[in-house]
Design a protein around this ligand. Structure first.
Ligand code: GLA
Length: 389
């Protein structure tokens, strides 16, 4: 893969100089959805698919970008002297945002670079192609400019900072953290209130993780993501009129039920309920997994989807069709939407010998109801962002 991409890089940008290669994965979240900006827990893992970047520093202050995923866009050019979000710059706003974030955080970037990008994560699928681009750019900048004191967690934080402040999406830290810190065959149990984390082995002897991509395209920026976040913040402020809490993630189910009437709208009550219950579900799910109780883990995944569908309202007909059909299939341990929602993907844990039938049946039901096909991926859990030797 790398050799092929270096070849394309040389064709586009010339073969001279120090050309370096980097990779950052995509991620799938197993449970703990829309909890990361509520001070709750998440349980994502990095995938083996992701984004490859081939990069060479330039002597001037210009950038040239090319993505083999968007060949028709050709080479996109930008300059260090004009670092600000520009719709016309398309996907390059993600790497440019990370350059901007490095500078903001006190790590000067004093020259431009040429960058070729290739991603084998389906774009806009909700497997975090944008965070993957951010982390791969962060890994590249750290290496190219010799900033050895920057940790992988810093790279995740710089990525989130750029997405929040350069690209205008108020995402939490989950995606960048999972992508920066991923480990083969392990999920990351992350407490987003203080970024403490542990790895939890995902030992699937007879099961596979199957991702179904709805092919309903969405970008976080145009979605109701920021609106949900604002609803949670408002609900928190209402609860804070009586409770001494910093985040919804601090509440147990009982504490929430006893105080929910402080939240003056029924809609905001449901949003906050999801945030509180989903956080508790995540804690229970990780306990179940540690106890070897995969069946319980699956039930909690299913309950997560119901809550995202009914209380948080971020699913939609496409994701519901995939998940509700998945629940009916033989050998399905659990199935839910994953990521922000409003389109994107579902994640299911399926008995290995039932995977083919699962894909066939869910795929058929989806096509019949929605009118276009879903794509299915049997995925592996991989390592986080890195320099490719
Ligand atoms: C997106 C965001 C994450 C997280 C999820 C929902 O992926 O980037 O920070 O909020 O949605 O769990």
């Amino acid at each position: 893969m790398k050799e092929q991409l270096v070849k394309v890089f040389k064709e586009k940008f010339g073969s001279e100089g120090d050309i370096r290669s980097y990779f950052a994965p995509g991620r799938v979240n197993l449970i703990g959805e829309h909890t990361d900006y509520n001070g709750g827990h998440v349980f994502p893992c990095a995938l083996t698919i992701g984004t490859y970047a081939i990069v060479r520093k330039r002597e001037d202050r210009n950038f040239r970008f090319y993505s083999t995923n968007f060949e028709s866009l050709g080479v996109i050019e930008a300059s260090l002297d004009n670092l600000k979000y520009d719709k016309a710059l398309d996907w390059t706003n993600y790497p440019l945002g990370v350059v901007w974030a490095f500078i903001e955080k006190g790590y000067p970037v004093d020259c431009g670079f040429d960058m070729l990008l290739f991603g084998n994560i389906p774009n806009g699928s909700g497997l975090s192609s944008s965070a993957s681009v951010e982390v791969v750019t962060g890994v590249a900048l750290r290496d190219l400019f010799g900033y050895d004191d920057i940790s992988m967690i810093d790279i995740a934080l710089f990525g989130q900072y750029s997405e929040n402040n350069f690209n205008g999406v108020n995402c939490g830290i989950m995606d960048q953290f999972a992508i920066a810190m991923g480990k083969k065959d392990q999920a990351i149990f992350l407490d987003t209130s203080d970024l403490s984390y542990t790895y939890a082995p995902i030992k699937l002897a007879d099961e596979k993780i199957v991702i179904a991509c709805s092919n309903k395209k969405r970008g976080l920026g145009d979605s109701k993501y920021n609106e949900r976040r604002a609803e949670c913040e408002e609900a928190l402020a209402e609860l804070q009129t009586k409770l001494d809490i910093k985040a919804l993630g601090e509440l147990s189910e009982e504490e929430f039920e006893a105080n929910k009437d402080l939240i003056k709208s029924e809609v905001r009550q449901r949003r906050a309920k999801h945030a509180v219950y989903e956080n508790q579900r995540t804690l229970k799910a990780v306990d179940a997994l540690k106890a070897g109780n995969l069946e319980e883990f699956g039930k909690l995944m299913n309950a997560s989807h119901v809550s995202l569908r009914d209380d948080y309202e971020v699913t939609g007909i496409e994701l519901d069709t995939l998940v509700e059909n998945a629940w009916e299939q033989e050998g399905v341990i659990g199935s839910r939407m994953t990521g922000a929602g409003f389109g994107g993907c579902t994640v299911s844990i399926v008995k290995t010998d039932c995977v083919d039938k699962f894909i066939e049946n869910v795929g058929k039901a989806y096509l019949e109801k929605i009118g276009y096909a879903a794509d299915f991926y049997v995925v592996e859990i991989g390592d986080g962002g890195r320099v490719l030797a």
